[in-house]
Design a protein around this ligand. Structure first.
Ligand code: AP5
Length: 216
């Protein structure tokens, strides 16, 4: 098979970014992530599109979804140049899932299943490197020196949407908008659910096995 087309689904904090990094290292595919793409364009002027807010960043910091028209264009552009990919953060509602079906075929749809209380703990405890974006956690994945990135020495900070209030809202938005997307894929042959409450290494063992089975 040519390079795989993998979709990774899961609530905020389920471990999509963590496992996507493993997938990129092992299978050499591109990481197409709407969260990172939007964070790089937080100040983009979308005022002429007559949405509620004038920039993507205002939606993101509140934990709300950025309008579909903005996100669909980002994903379509990224997938058009990717050979194999792991798609992370999209689709987040049924309208986006229908757009995606028109853009590409999928070889595997992975769903990382994690309980809400665990998700909240992971989100509020996450710290990210402001230079290279590496992910840590105050309890589960500590750096060697507190507050300093092991990879590049950059400062570790909390994402603005990882405060308790924004994180709770993101989980509400997930349950309302994105759980129907999980149900949309659940009955397809490509769907594989993984227990995302295991340790990161155990989750990776299951994720890798699912990719190998889908691509053999
Ligand atoms: P985005 O950046 O995509 O955030 P998210 O989906 O909320 O996901 P996260 O990055 O928070 O979590 P993750 O699943 O990657 O978990 P991670 O591996 O980091 O989106 C941000 C915002 O952008 C959205 O709110 C929205 O505004 C906008 N947006 C993005 N896409 C959009 C779209 N399609 N449409 C509209 N708007 C869109 O892990 C979390 C923590 O847990 C880390 O600290 C990690 O170390 C730890 N951890 C990971 N795995 C484990 C484990 N197995 N055990 C213990 N700890 C673990």
């Amino acid at each position: 098979m040519s390079s795989p087309h993998i979709l990774i689904l899961g609530a905020p904090g389920a471990g999509k970014g963590t496992q996507s990094a493993n997938i990129v290292d092992e299978f050499g595919v591109e990481h197409v992530t709407t969260g990172d793409a939007l964070r790089s364009n937080k100040e983009m002027d979308i005022s002429d599109m007559e949405f509620e807010y004038d920039t993507p960043g205002e939606y993101m910091d509140a934990g709300d979804l950025v309008p579909d028209a903005v996100v669909n264009a980002i994903v379509e552009e990224a997938l058009s140049t990717a050979d194999g990919y792991v798609l992370d953060g999209y689709p987040r509602n049924l309208e986006q899932a229908e757009e995606l079906a028109d853009m590409t075929d999928l070889d595997l749809v992975l769903y990382l299943d994690v309980d809400r209380s665990e998700l909240l703990d992971r989100l509020t405890g996450r710290r990210v490197c402001e230079d290279c974006g590496a992910n840590y956690h105050v309890k589960y994945n500590q750096p060697e020196t507190e507050g300093v990135c092991d990879e590049c020495g950059g400062e570790l900070v909390q994402r603005e949407d990882d405060t308790e209030e924004a994180a709770e809202n993101r989980l509400d938005v997930f349950e309302e908008n994105t759980l129907p997307v999980v149900e949309y894929y659940e009955d397809t042959d490509e769907f594989v659910a993984v227990d995302g409450e295991q340790t990161p290494d155990e989750v990776w063992t299951d994720v890798r096995a699912a990719i190998e089975a889908a691509t053999e």
